[in-house]
Design a binder for this molecule. Structure first.
Ligand SMILES: [Zn+2]
Ligand SMILES: [Zn+2]
Length: 316
């Protein structure tokens, strides 16, 4: 499916990129001296206005947009600020002419309380989503999708809410949606209530193992009307050649998708099918394919084996 594995950006950087894409930055544009560690390839600290700022964390590295070899660094400093440092390599061969390196302290990201809080986080439902996002590491479209699927399954199968025998079979093995399933329903690989099949698609089977029934939710094609832009930025971010602006634009598109998905009804997102478990081989199948044999649900194969066996008995 075209939209499996929407980008992953870690929570801390996500906050900063969101702020940047909303213009919440204080522009500095000052040439500075930077201590750079060649081994770890990261800035250790920089001086600005007679003050030394020690870097405690590198949040991300990006491509610059002044010349092809430029790099930029989004860093967190000891005083809790986030800065964007721009390394401009003006010479054609920067490795041979280190003297042509110039560092610019580009801007400081405004802190949360200085910035406007996004409406995204206001409602109760969204706050619950924040808990899942903390567990997973960021708030991304596929995480929302996983949450929606869980809530939809709980509505369709009210018995599941209290039952510990709920089991999920997911037809992909690396979507953030799996984290939502683990967080919301408590189904994990460890307790064997979450199984995955690597079919690379958003199909989720929620079943009660004891009752032998459940629902299968298959993601419908969703049009975001941003596909060209989205794919362009995603390619850059995944390929490691995104500028900070690319990354911020990408974050903005991800947020828009998250908002859109949160506002959608479950039925708009997923096709629903009731499933039953074959009494003999334990495979879950669509209700329309179930054969009733003396009141026991069976799949076509088990049903025909059963008939074959009984005819054996009759004719031999
Ligand atoms: Zn994610
Ligand atoms: Zn069967």
């Amino acid at each position: 499916m075209a939209f499996l594995f929407w980008g992953e950006i870690m929570l801390e950087m996500e906050h900063e990129l969101r702020a940047i894409s909303n213009g919440q930055a204080e522009w500095i544009q000052q040439t500075v001296h930077v201590d750079y560690d060649n081994n770890s390839q990261r800035p250790l600290g920089f001086s600005s206005n007679g003050r030394y700022n020690k870097v405690i964390k590198l949040l991300g590295t990006f491509k610059g947009d002044l010349s092809p070899n430029d790099l930029t660094y989004l860093v967190k400093t000891l005083d809790g600020n986030t800065y964007h440092l721009y390394l401009h390599l003006s010479d054609s061969d920067p490795l041979l002419a280190p003297s042509h390196i110039r560092w610019t302290l580009d801007f400081r990201v405004l802190k949360r309380r200085e910035a406007i809080v996004l409406p995204l986080w206001k409602s109760l439902a969204h706050m619950r989503l924040e808990g899942v996002a903390d567990f997973h590491g960021d708030l991304c479209p596929e995480l929302v999708l996983g949450c929606k699927a869980c809530h939809m399954a709980l509505e369709l199968l009210p018995g599941l809410n209290t039952s510990r025998d709920i089991m999920v079979i997911a037809e992909n093995n690396s979507s953030p949606a799996l984290d939502a399933i683990q967080f919301v329903l408590g189904c994990t690989m460890g307790n064997r209530r979450l199984r995955t099949i690597d079919n690379n698609r958003h199909i989720y089977l929620f079943v009660t193992n004891i009752g032998g029934y459940g629902v299968k939710l298959s993601l419908k094609e969703i049009c975001f009307n941003d596909e060209d832009q989205f794919n362009k930025f995603e390619r850059k971010v995944v390929g490691g050649c995104a500028t900070l602006n690319d990354a911020a634009s990408y974050q903005k598109l991800l947020d828009d998708r998250v908002t859109k998905l949160m506002d959608m009804d479950g039925e708009e997102m997923f096709a629903v099918e009731n499933v039953r478990k074959c009494f003999v081989c334990n495979i879950f199948l669509a209700e329309s394919l179930v054969h009733e044999n003396n009141g026991f649900p069976m799949c076509a194969v088990c049903q025909s084996n059963m008939i074959g066996n009984s005819s054996d008995i009759v004719y031999h």
